[in-house]
Design a protein around this ligand. Structure first.
Ligand code: PEP
Length: 253
């Protein structure tokens, strides 16, 4: 790995009421208190963000949201603006998760608008890309990822994208217990970096963190992190339990 600081991020999806989220965050903060060389982020549901923000303040755990809407404000019932996330202490925002694409009709075009809105509000977007099982089997993995990346990042310049984080999450590995092998992850991460290099130049491509996501657990994180282009993980199921997630954060030990 170049000089990229690892990021271990937890996506809590639609799990945990506010009291449950607060308790989980409290335990996690204690368990990872000594972490200095890795960035740690958790993305609770919107309803718990403000309270979890109070718990993680001053700790090594940063706060992220699971989505945002690109408009600043207005008659958009049910939507959450970037400024609302900033106001409760979010630093990161997950964008284009495959569950959003699959169940809520999000597209590369809306991913692009969301990323722009995140940057405009100083939030770090964690842009998710990934192929389905059918796309992998029909050998379309690279073309699907190429399109997701290029369309999602259309009209940005290298200068805009300095803080971007990408999460490669093969859809067939999310919540299924099937993990891509570390070699499969590395192959795709290298490919994504090469697409970034062609579009935005070598300096940016080398500096962008690319996380792997899909059934990451304490027993597979170390071998994934040993790959030169894997800079961290986006963890779903295994981030819900603080002990388990802290073991992933402490993958080096
Ligand atoms: C995710 O939600 O981004 C994810 C990767 O889930 P899981 O770790 O449960 O596969």
């Amino acid at each position: 790995m170049e000089n990229r600081r690892p990021l271990i991020a937890g996506n809590w999806k639609m799990f945990k009421t506010s009291p449950e989220a607060v308790e989980t965050a409290r335990q996690l903060v204690k368990l990872v208190a000594m972490t200095t060389d890795i960035d740690v982020m958790i993305a609770p549901p919107f309803t718990a963000l403000a309270q979890v923000s109070d718990v993680v303040r001053g700790s090594c755990v940063s706060l992220g949201a699971q989505n945002l809407f690109w408009e600043a404000q207005g008659a958009f019932t049910g939507a959450i603006s970037p400024a609302m996330l900033v106001s409760v202490g979010c630093k990161y925002v997950i964008i284009g998760h495959s569950e959003r694409r699959q169940y809520f009709n999000e597209t590369d075009e809306t991913v692009n608008k969301r990323i722009k809105a995140a940057f405009d509000n100083d939030l770090i977007p964690v842009m998710c890309v990934g192929e389905s099982e059918k796309e992998r089997e029909s050998k379309n993995t690279f073309s699907v990822l190429d399109k997701q990346l290029k369309k999602g990042l259309e009209d940005f310049s290298a200068d805009n994208l300095k803080r971007l984080v990408i999460a490669y999450e093969p859809v067939w590995a999310i919540g299924t217990g099937k993990t891509a092998t570390s070699e499969q992850a590395q192959e795709v991460h290298r490919f994504l970096r090469s697409v970034l290099e062609k579009s935005f130049g070598n300096t940016l491509a080398k500096s962008i963190r690319i996380l792997y996501g899909g059934s990451v657990k304490p027993n597979n994180i170390a071998e994934l992190m040993a790959m030169p282009d894997v800079d961290g993980a986006l963890v779903g199921g295994a981030s819900l339990d603080p002990e388990t997630f802290s073991k992933i954060v402490h993958f080096k030990e």
